[in-house]
Write a protein that binds this ligand. Structure first.
Ligand code: NAD
Length: 490
């Protein structure tokens, strides 16, 4: 499929990418199934085996059996499986993008970008798998030599959200497998098909049976609790909302399970008076509207200096009005529906309350008046105390606040319990660096509207998370340090 051709949403796409959806990998018929919907039409795409306690335990049995041999597999052999999976994802990119767009609803251009980004985690961790070094040093007392090794944590439970169904899975699977861990993975209920397709590609690339076990479920709480109560599970890596992350962290406390948390965001997007306004608008379009605003890194609140606010609002508003909104089946569409009707209604209610609190809708784009679509919307005159500035919008709505004084700006920007991403457009780079370092966030895009990169340590501060994904740091999340203290006769 080339970039211009429309994706095909037909059952043969499922046949090509996903094994039998109503069966477990051992061929057993599922006792229960649940439907997966197309958010653009609200029609059922497929029904998928619905995992419960029995399947949760069976998945850990399988991962625990495979662990000893996978942990002993040479780094080179693990690396080559990851590298082959990267190549398979590239070869199947068109089909994978269509599957993501079908079950998630995102525009096909966004889905293609996600496949490219997701595949990069396999390439990056294929490279990191063979560079997992340790340390050798003399103890300061001179009495011993210390050798520091990194060992795989063990069976890792991975829980992923629906907004990036491929990338959030590969960002965990890549480092887990590179480190020598085996995996049980629970995809989001809304988007299990992409995870099943990725598991199939890993198997085609030579991943031994049992190393990765995907269990879709409609009963997330039961499934994940079963894993966290199982003494064989030593790691939880979760991506999702802060609320669910908090619940799971409490559960990990019972057995002191090693936990990595990638949670919610409330990214500020700052424009200073000396910024290049046209560049800031281009960055704002990406930071806000990539994935229809359903990204943890999405710009959630815009702080624009009074001196450039009229020009920024005019140009940003014109770009928003020009957005083409509709189903991903038409490649001309740039924004798809929200994930479901509840999400759409929540965004609508949040905008209504912002307007009641004094905000004004200055620009919007036409959107299908049905199902889960919501029109991209620009809100101006938003009071700094408005609820919408303190809430993760997760939709295509951009609220603008204007500012004059830098200390007040920093106080407003940091007045939140979340600290994932932030964006800053400024002309003077010295000032940009100072401002960026004043923001409580794990990632700051300086004169850029996107921060994600497999080679950079993705993650947040405060209640946006614990730990990092991607880069060298991402591998360490699946390893434990062990040191040998050696007597070293002279
Ligand atoms: P969510 O927290 O509702 O769900 C995330 C995952 O947890 C899904 O697999 C879901 O089925 C599962 N889950 C839900 N309730 C559970 C429970 N009680 N026990 C165990 N598992 C449970 O989040 P979502 O709606 O899928 O995703 C949106 C959220 O994810 C946003 O807050 C967004 O900011 C965040 N997110 C963060 C990052 C990041 O890297 N920091 C990336 C993507 C999304």
């Amino acid at each position: 499929m080339n970039d211009a051709s429309p994706p095909t949403f037909t059952p043969d796409l499922l046949d090509r990418l996903v094994s039998e959806t109503g069966l477990w990998p051992d061929g057993r018929a599922a006792a229960a199934t649940f439907p997966v919907f197309d958010p653009a039409t609200e029609e059922v795409i497929a029904t998928v085996a619905d995992g419960g306690v029995e399947e949760a335990v069976a998945a850990v049995d399988s991962a625990a059996r495979a662990f000893a041999s996978w942990a002993q597999t040479s780094p080179r052999a693990r690396s080559e499986i990851l590298r082959r999976t990267f190549e398979l994802m590239q070869a199947e990119a068109g089909d994978l993008a269509a599957l993501i767009a079908w079950e998630n609803g995102k525009a096909i251009g966004d889905a293609r970008s996600e496949v490219a980004y997701a595949a990069e985690f396999f390439r990056w961790y294929a490279e990191e798998a063979v560079r997992s070094d340790g340390r050798f040093e003399q103890a300061p007392s001179g009495a011993a030599r210390t050798v520091v090794l990194h060992r795989p944590v063990g069976v890792a439970a991975l829980v992923t959200p629906w907004n990036f169904p491929a990338a959030m899975a590969t960002r965990k699977i890549g480092p887990a497998l590179a480190a020598g861990c085996t995996v049980v993975l629970k995809p989001a209920r809304e988007t299990p098909l992409t995870a099943l397709a990725i598991a199939r590609l890993l198997s085609r690339a030579g991943l031994p049976d049992g190393v990765l076990n995907v269990v879709p479920t409609s009963k997330s709480g039961v499934l994940v609790s079963t894993w966290l109560e199982d003494a064989r599970v030593r790691k939880l890596s979760f991506t999702g909302s802060t609320e669910v992350g908090r619940t799971l962290l409490r559960q990990t406390a019972d057995r002191i399970v090693n936990a990595s948390m990638e949670l919610g965001g409330n990214a500020p997007f700052i424009v200073t008076e000396d910024a290049d306004v046209a560049a800031a608008v281009r960055g704002a379009m990406i930071a806000k509207f990539r994935n229809g605003g359903q990204a943890c890194t999405a710009a959630n609140r815009f702080y624009v200096h009074e001196a450039v606010a009229p020009a920024f609002i005019e140009q940003f508003g014109a770009a928003i009005q020009a957005l083409r909104v509709g189903p991903a089946s038409d490649p001309a569409h740039e924004i798809g529906p929200l994930i479901n009707r509840t999400a759409r209604n929540d965004v609508g209610a949040l905008v209504d309350r912002a307007v009641a609190q004094g905000a004004r809708i200055s620009h919007w784009a036409a959107a299908p008046d049905r199902g889960c679509f919501y029109p991209p919307t620009l809100l101006i005159d938003v009071p700094p105390s408005a609820e919408i500035l303190a809430t993760e919008i997760f939709g295509p709505v951009a609220p603008i606040v204007t500012w004059e004084s830098e200390p007040d700006l920093i106080a407003q920007v940091n007045d939140t319990e979340l600290g994932l991403a932030a964006y800053l457009y400024a002309g003077d780079l010295g000032r940009a660096r100072w401002l960026a370092q004043s923001i409580d966030a794990g990632m700051v895009g300086v004169n850029r509207g996107i921060v994600s990169d497999p080679s950079a340590p993705f993650g947040g501060v405060k209640q946006s998370g614990l730990g990092r994904e991607g880069a060298r740091e991402g591998l360490l999340e699946y390893q434990e340090a062990q040191y040998l203290s050696l007597d070293w006769p002279s």
